[in-house]
Design a protein around this ligand. Structure first.
Ligand code: HPA
Length: 270
């Protein structure tokens, strides 16, 4: 994989992408963050050597490089999920590429189901920890020491300084946020009521189908991570309704303006 990463990185550098300040993974419904990026280079995944190609509707599959708040950002519009059939290594390949482009700071976003009774549809949660319940692990197999250590420290998966900075930005802009734990399941089914209950009981606030493998791989390479989750449906007894991908996308839109504002200001201040 190391050689493939170098090949992809060379391709992107040759296209003019150089040492972005931030990498951003745009989750469901967050594609509009792209509208506040001053785009310099836009490349469909299908044109990037070794890149997987996203198959989920609403994840359009483009790499975007440009300026946001005067900083250089590289955004993945469309991510790769394990449930699509990608291996964990393939699904997290773009994160490795980001690191080798010189990115040290990663912002990951997603849509999730809220299981904390204080949460509402359209709320924003900053992820302060996660529980990995995916059936496969992106670091399973022989370790490539060029990427990082065999045994990866996870005592601070989400960077506390980034979290504190985002909290103060939210406060200043009067944007309501929660902080909490994101639990990752494989999907693609949404949870049954009993599964939502399990998620709550074992200590999570939200549940989704992404992000955790990306953060694990980022931590393997000692990148700093900030995680933002939009609550798009509720897994709380008495509030559980039919969920669909469309409903998730629509609900994510409720929070889009707030999330864009948060990210824009976050990137602005170092
Ligand atoms: N469960 C899992 N993934 C999700 C959910 C959910 O309720 N909402 C958005 N993504």
């Amino acid at each position: 994989m190391y050689n493939e990463i170098q090949e992809t990185v060379k391709f992107l550098k040759d296209k003019g992408i150089s040492t972005p300040d931030y990498g951003i993974v745009l989750g469901t419904g967050l594609g509009s963050l792209v509208s506040i990026i001053d785009i310099e280079i836009e490349i469909p995944y299908s044109e990037i050597p070794n890149f997987p190609v996203s198959t989920v509707q609403g994840h359009s599959g483009k790499l975007i490089y440009g300026a946001l708040s005067g900083k250089k950002v590289l955004a993945l519009q469309g991510r790769f999920h394990f449930y699509e059939g990608w291996s964990m290594q393939q699904a997290t390949f773009p994160i490795r590429v980001m690191k080798y482009l010189g990115i040290e700071n990663l912002i990951v976003s997603n849509a999730s189901g809220g299981v904390n009774s204080n949460f509402d549809v359209g709320d924003i949660m900053l992820i302060n920890d996660h529980i990995n319940m995916m059936p496969e692990h992106p670091l399973r197999g022989e370790n490539d020491d060029r990427f990082g250590d065999r045994f990866v420290d996870m005592h601070e998966p989400y960077d506390l300084k980034m979290l504190a900075k985002m909290e103060s930005i939210a406060k200043k802009n009067k944007i309501k946020i929660h902080k909490g734990v994101y639990l990752a399941l494989q999907g693609p089914t949404f949870e049954t009521p009993a599964e939502y209950r399990m998620v709550r009981i074992i200590g999570a606030d939200t549940v989704g189908m992404s992000t955790v493998p990306e953060v694990i791989v980022a931590k393997h390479m000692k990148m700093k991570c900030l995680g933002i989750s939009i609550i798009t449906d509720l897994g709380i007894e008495g509030h559980i309704e039919e969920v669909s991908h469309k409903a998730v996308q629509n609900a994510a839109k409720l929070a889009e303006k707030g999330v864009c504002k948060l990210v824009e200001e976050f990137v602005l201040y170092n």
